[in-house]
Structure formats: structure tokens, C-alpha cells
Design a protein. Sequence first.
Length: 317
Amino acid sequence: MAVEPRLSNQENVAVRHAVGEGQTLAAAMPRLILEARRVAATVIHGLHGRRRAGPGENFWQYRRFISGEPASRVDWRRSARDDHLYVRELEWEAAHTVWLWPDRSASMIFASQLAHETKLYRALVLTLALGEVLVEGGERVGIPGLLRPTGSRNVVERMAQTILHDRSQRASLPPDFAPAPLSEIVLLSDLWSDIGEVRRTIAQLSSNGARGHVVQIVDPAEETFPYWGRIEFIEPEGGGRITAGRAETWRADYTARVARHRAEIRAETDRLGWTFVIHRTDRPASELLLALHARIGVAAGDFAASPSIAAESRVPT
């Protein structure tokens, strides 16, 4: 007979936790949107379209009329300026889908004294900003399991509202789904999940031929391990806690294990033709946004042939 009150208590605790988390996210969302738009504005100018002729609505360039073409293609107003015939070409607009996945699990809430914001805040700002930049460039964006691909001009608000009202469990990695072969995926996470889970997720998402970009978002303290003396470390996703009597003696083993974990992730992304980059929350968000925009839409062969992009994806830690 004691089961019902116990279940009721657990439900009340869960509801209170959900309400508190929802109110916190709701309060932060206007600031998130403003920050995302500010970051997007720094890179959005001049990044529209595909930069070549093709079907579309925006003017691209004039070219000389070629004998044999239909006369209806001639732009007579431009041709009247000199002795040549010209054809007005439009810029190619071929929207493809980019899936954005911001990790919103408990480990992303961490922020040390070395950073001004949590990993979660940075992941959400980047997701919204990237969505804004991509839609302005004629692409469609979606969030796996939450938002179907859209090219709506109010994509930032739509993404924010979708995230705000999501009541599902906050998973560290995206759900299993089958992205189309020509689509791309941007995974923003701290990637502290088991390497087997990370490999399985990346392999599953790429199984149809989709390309992806894996971004590890980390706090500076997770890079440098700046701890001394007796410290209690708590794993926020149910992994328990452990106390270090002299934390500084763990630093070498910790950094070696992090390097090994990243090397295994990079090996998997390289094998599949994906990209991998590390982003610290004490660095400007616009820095990563520019790097991601340079990668999206670039074929695997073109990516490997570009020294500037390829070098940046392998930034030493």
C-alpha cells in the first residue's frame, strides 16, 4: 500500500525539477536568441547562395550570348549598352538539409571559473546562430527528433520554441534516424560518452552517405585540469562521485586519457570523411561558426585538398 505515495512523491519531484529547468531555459532563451543573432550577423554578410550560375531567383552575372541559344534568353536592356548580346544568369540555389544536434544532457551544464558560460549555453547559441546563417544562405535546417527541416526566415524562434517545449529525456547523442545521402549533420557535444557509443552514433548517421561535422565543446578546466589538493569529482549523469586526495597527481593521466579519447573520435571521423574540431567555451563563438560554415557544403575531396580547413580541423590540444 506504500507504493502509491512513493510513486506520487517521485512524480512530484520530477515535476518540480522539470518546471525549474523549463523556467530557467525560458528565462535564458531571449538572451540566447539575441546572442545567436549577434554571432550570426558577424559572418552572414556575403555568404549567401552557391556562387555559381543555375536555377534560382537572385541575379548572378551577365555573360555573352552564344550562337544557337533561344533569343528569349537575351537581356535586351543590357545588350543595348554596346555592340554585344548578353544573357542574364541567375545564381544557383539548391537548398540541402543540415541537421543540427545540440547536446543538452546534464554534463553540458558545467562551467568552471575559467569560463563565463556553460557548455550548454554555448551549444545552444551556436545551434541557433548556425541555423540563422544557413537559412539566410538558402539551406534548410532541422533538429533530429524535434524539428523537421525548414527554411523559414524565423528559424531561430522556431528552433528556440521547439527546444523550450521539449519534454523528452536529454540524451548526450542524437537519436537513431536516417538522414538523406546529400544532407549534413552538425553534432555539438562535449562527447564525454563512452567511445563505443560515439563510434556507433557516427557510423549509424553516416550509413546512408550523409556527411557530418563533429564539434567537441569543452570547458577550459576540462582541457587543463587546474585542480590541486583534496577535490571531490561528481559525474552529473549517474556515474557517481570520487574523491582525490591530491588532485594534481592525476593531471598527467587525465590529459593522456582525454588525448586518447579524442584520437579515437578523430580516427572514426577521418575514416568516414567527416570533420572533427574542438571548441573551448573561453573562445569566441563566432570563431567556431566561421569554421563550421567553411566546412558545410564542401565535398570530402575538396575538404581534404584545402590546407586551411583541413589544418583547422586538427587543432592540437
